[in-house]
Write a protein that binds this ligand. Structure first.
Ligand SMILES: C[S@@+](CC[C@H](N)C(=O)[O-])C[C@H]1O[C@@H](n2cnc3c(N)ncnc32)[C@H](O)[C@@H]1O
Length: 221
């Protein structure tokens, strides 16, 4: 995508998310009913890399990027990892997370209120970094730099997971409501390659209602 007026792109997203209710429905733009299918698909995809004989990485610590109120932290990451960190733009969502996670909140070590464009994971800290439904809020160049910083943030054998909407055409769709973009798969992959990432596995999420974007899960190193 051509770099938009970067400052306005981020300011508008910040404004948008400040107005969104701190609920699962808010996180999913009114699609709370797809959350179970989403989490089940993610669990199946992620488990093969962290459990069993063919596990590729460990399950000590994960990072949830653009974590919102912790929908993914609670249902995907906490059940599979010893500890989880959350990074999220809107501090109100992180405050809500403490309540939303309930008895599991003590498994979260760090609540980090930052935009991913300004965030640098601590080197070697994470076995898994999970990015879902947030990378359309970064410009292309910021996304490449963020991917590079994620690589540094991974522990030995650590893996990066990306789960994002993709367009079915070769055009980038712009959403002026939440100030984000939806990229075609090939552009997303090109940005991954620019960051020096390698795709280990790629899978389309099944079972979402018709009329939504395709959603692809990538496992990367
Ligand atoms: C569509 S919601 C998804 C939340 C969560 N990933 C989930 O699937 O439940 C997008 C989230 O990204 C956050 N966000 C938006 N721009 C961001 C940025 N630049 N850096 C970090 N988080 C951002 C929003 O505040 C919101 O919590």
């Amino acid at each position: 995508m051509a770099e938009p007026d970067t400052e306005k792109f981020y300011q508008d997203a910040d404004k948008y998310w400040k107005e969104v209710p701190a609920t699962v429905d808010g996180m999913l733009g009114g699609f709370a009913h797809i959350s179970n299918t989403d989490i089940n698909g993610s669990t199946k995809f992620l488990r093969q890399f962290i459990r069993g004989e063919n596990a590729k990485t460990k399950s000590h610590r994960a990072l949830d990027c653009g974590a919102g109120i912790g929908r993914i932290t609670k249902r995907l990451l906490i059940p599979l990892f010893d500890t989880v960190d959350m990074v999220e733009l809107n501090p109100d969502f992180l405050n809500k997370a403490r309540e939303f996670l309930g008895e599991h909140a003590d498994k979260v070590e760090q609540y980090i209120a930052k935009g991913l464009q300004d965030f640098t994971p601590e080197a070697g800290r994470y076995d898994v970094i999970w990015c879902q439904w947030v990378l359309g809020h970064l410009t292309d160049s910021h996304l490449v730099e963020f991917f590079k910083r994620c690589k540094v943030g991974l522990a030995p054998d650590g893996m990066l997971f990306v789960k994002e909407n993709v367009t079915s055409s070769d055009e980038v769709d712009k959403d002026d409501t939440d100030s984000s973009v939806t990229r075609p798969r090939d552009i997303l992959v090109k940005l991954m390659m620019e960051a020096g990432l390698k795709i280990i596995k790629e899978e389309k999420q099944k079972g979402f209602p018709k009329g939504l974007y395709d959603v692809i899960m990538f496992a990367l190193t």
